[in-house]
Design a protein. Structure first.
Length: 318
């Protein structure tokens, strides 16, 4: 690494990482170690304990393994120098307290999507209380599956039964990653993974009715895309970021098509929650109302910016 070392190479790692990401030094160092450690992946707590006791390094990590780790860490730094995000370098990202596998086939999960998760959990509670039956849930544009998998785990913890959950994505590589995350984080929960454009694979599979739907579709305009940071444009999939039109095309399609998939639609409303860009709330609401949806909930993100819309649709309202 150059320069004076501390004698504790984990601390030396942290000094180097601080040059790149000063706010997440210990977490990043622990993930780098956890990714390449042999036989045991360290938690963040274990890492913090380890770094405070340098003598344990030789107990836990043989000298040869330590040398190999440092080589791989240097390789990771070279990738970071080129702008590659840490999440792709180590292949995992924390979302709502769980470690999800990630790769360049999907967007890196962000805290903005936690707002959509919060809305979905609150909505699922109310729907279950009202209907008293196991839920049927659909997610479109699932990406890594972080939203639907986190939701299923939370509903299981709340003892809210789920009859069926379906996640779709146009990217076959993304759906393979969803399956990997499902096996890792919720192997016993009902999640059907389908490859295809929005509702097309749902129709083809004959999976008809749902209580509610979630979507975080591509909503960046082409002009906005050119202004994104290099590490986003150069590494994250363009297909998952922009609709190549005006940022609203997927919302138009979803709001038009998904209303046909309400469960017992003449007797109960279908609910839909979508994540969106900070300037799109009014435009999406206008599209929704033109399609017969009623807006009932708006949520801002942690920065106070518009981020989530909630709509309901009643078949017999038309």
């Amino acid at each position: 690494m150059g320069g004076r070392t501390s004698g504790n190479w984990l601390l030396d790692w942290e000094k180097t990482i601080k040059l790149y990401d000063p706010d997440n030094v210990v977490y990043i160092a622990s993930r780098c170690l956890g990714l390449w450690q042999f036989g045991h992946e360290l938690s963040l707590t274990e890492y913090v304990n380890l770094r405070s006791r340098p003598e344990r390094l030789t107990e836990l990590i043989p000298a040869a393994a330590a040398a190999e780790l440092q080589k791989k860490f240097q390789a990771a730094l070279r990738r970071r120098d080129e702008g590659e995000p840490w999440a792709y370098i180590w292949g995992q990202i924390n979302f709502l307290g769980r470690e999800f596998f990630t790769d360049t086939s999907v967007l890196i999960p962000r805290s903005d999507t936690e707002i959509l998760w919060e809305a979905a959990v609150a909505g699922a509670k109310k729907i279950f209380q009202q209907r008293g039956r196991a839920l049927r849930i659909l997610e479109l544009c699932t990406g890594s599956g972080c939203l639907i998998i986190s939701l299923l785990n939370e509903l299981a913890a709340l003892n809210i039964p789920v009859e069926l959950a379906v996640a779709t994505d146009i990217s076959a590589a993304a759906i393979r990653l969803v399956e990997r995350n499902r096996q890792h984080l919720c192997p016993d929960l009902p999640l059907v993974r389908l490859t295809g454009d929005l509702l097309e694979p749902v129709e083809a599979a004959g999976l008809g009715e749902f209580d509610f739907c979630l979507a975080n579709p591509p909503y960046v305009t082409p002009a906005e895309y050119t202004a994104l940071p290099d590490e986003v444009r150069n590494y994250e999939p363009r297909l998952a970021l922009t609709d190549e039109i005006d940022g609203l095309d997927f919302y138009r399609r979803i709001l038009h098509d998904v209303k046909l998939y309400g469960r017992n639609s003449k007797a109960a409303a279908l609910y839909l929650w979508v994540e969106h860009g900070m300037t799109q709330r009014d435009a999406i609401t206008e599209v929704a109302e033109a399609e017969g949806w009623l807006p009932f909930e708006y949520r801002d993100d942690y920065a106070g910016l518009p981020r989530v819309c909630g709509f309901c649709y009643e078949q017999n309202a038309e």
